[in-house]
Design a protein around this ligand. Structure first.
Ligand code: NAD
Ligand code: MG
Length: 297
């Protein structure tokens, strides 16, 4: 059987001709996506790169956050998993995979747009894991709106609160607890450089995450805390079918990248592991683009 460690052509690996439209309500569920995404469940192999680490992952239930969580656990980390209460069934599956890897999974459902809740995640990690030394901010909100006249203030503010404020609240709360060697990995997007006309609010936040991360990275580096960013291209996750793209865009989703297809979440996990682990010790304020070959600055 071939997997992501098999020497093979990345063009034909995970090849699809796009996806059937399959709209979902709310944040969406990975368990309802067809085809079933690959988050590395049956393939990711750990090599001890995060042994004993204490991680907080937001958006851990599905998509890229789920792939990162599985990888972190198999690399030896205990994990606090944040997600929305509606996503409990996805989160339960991920928690089981973390436990199967012999690590501790702490379920912490709740809404990141609530400042008190977002900040409380740090306390949860400190209390339940005995500390915190790795944060992967992966949660994000993306809702396409074709005409700026229809982009409500409520949506604009919710996108900014979810994608930017929550990240700031969590990191600010965590800094006093983060020992030297700790790592923060934030999640931008190719949208941060190449904004789509129908993602005005979302693209703005994804650009903002890069600036915020590069500023913080310089501030925290002298304390031995490294901040970096992963910037994915098109990835097969619930975000896209739950309002992230128009339904009619799904057949072409990912097809225009140089690799000619969308990514599976499993292809993002190694980027998070690399930036989280001590092997990237001299990588600070960097953006690791995992986007199928779209040029970035
Ligand atoms: P996803 O839907 O699987 O994950 C997004 C998660 O965000 C959800 O599972 C949910 O738990 C969380 N979330 C959203 N609003 C929240 C809130 N108010 N409170 C708490 N949690 C909340 O989709 P994904 O594509 O894996 O998204 C993960 C990250 O990757 C996002 O930051 C997204 O912007 C980014 N990204 C995705 C793509 C893509 O093509 N899928 C491309 C570039 C960047
Ligand atoms: Mg989800």
């Amino acid at each position: 059987m071939s997997d992501q460690y098999t020497f093979q052509n990345p063009v034909t690996q995970y090849r699809t001709e796009g996806f059937e439209p399959q709209p979902q309500e709310g944040p969406g569920l990975a368990s309802e996506l067809g085809p079933t995404p690959d988050h590395g469940e049956s393939t990711y192999r750990g090599t001890g790169r995060l042994a004993g680490r204490k991680a907080l992952v937001t958006g851990a239930d599905s998509g890229i956050g789920r792939a990162a969580t599985i990888a972190f656990a198999r690399e030896g980390a205990d994990v606090v998993l944040n997600y929305l209460p509606e996503e409990q069934q996805d989160a339960d599956q991920v928690a089981q995979l973390v436990r199967d890897a012999g690590r501790k999974a702490v379920l912490a459902p709740g809404d990141l747009t609530d400042e008190a809740f977002a900040r409380s995640l740090v306390r949860t990690a400190v209390d339940e894991l005995g500390g915190i030394d790795l944060i992967a901010n992966v949660a994000g909100k993306q809702q396409h709106v074709e005409d700026v006249a229809d982009l409500t203030s409520a949506q604009f503010e919710e996108t900014v609160r979810t994608n930017l404020n929550a990240l700031f609240w969590i990191v600010q709360e965590a800094v006093p607890h983060l020992p030297p060697g700790s790592t923060v990995v934030n999640t931008s997007s190719v949208q941060g450089y190449q904004p789509s006309p129908n993602l005005v609010d979302y693209a703005t936040t994804k650009s903002g995450i890069i600036a915020l991360s590069k500023a913080l990275a310089q501030q925290l580096a002298p304390k031995g805390i490294r901040v970096n960013v992963v910037a994915p291209g098109p990835v097969w996750t619930p975000l896209q079918v739950a309002g992230g793209q128009p339904d009619e865009a799904m057949p072409q989703f990912g097809q225009s990248t140089p690799i000619g297809r969308a990514a599976q979440p499993a292809e993002l996990a190694p980027a998070y592991v690399f930036l989280a682990s001590p092997e990237s010790s001299y990588v600070v304020g960097e953006v690791l683009n995992v986007n199928g070959g779209m040029p970035t600055p």
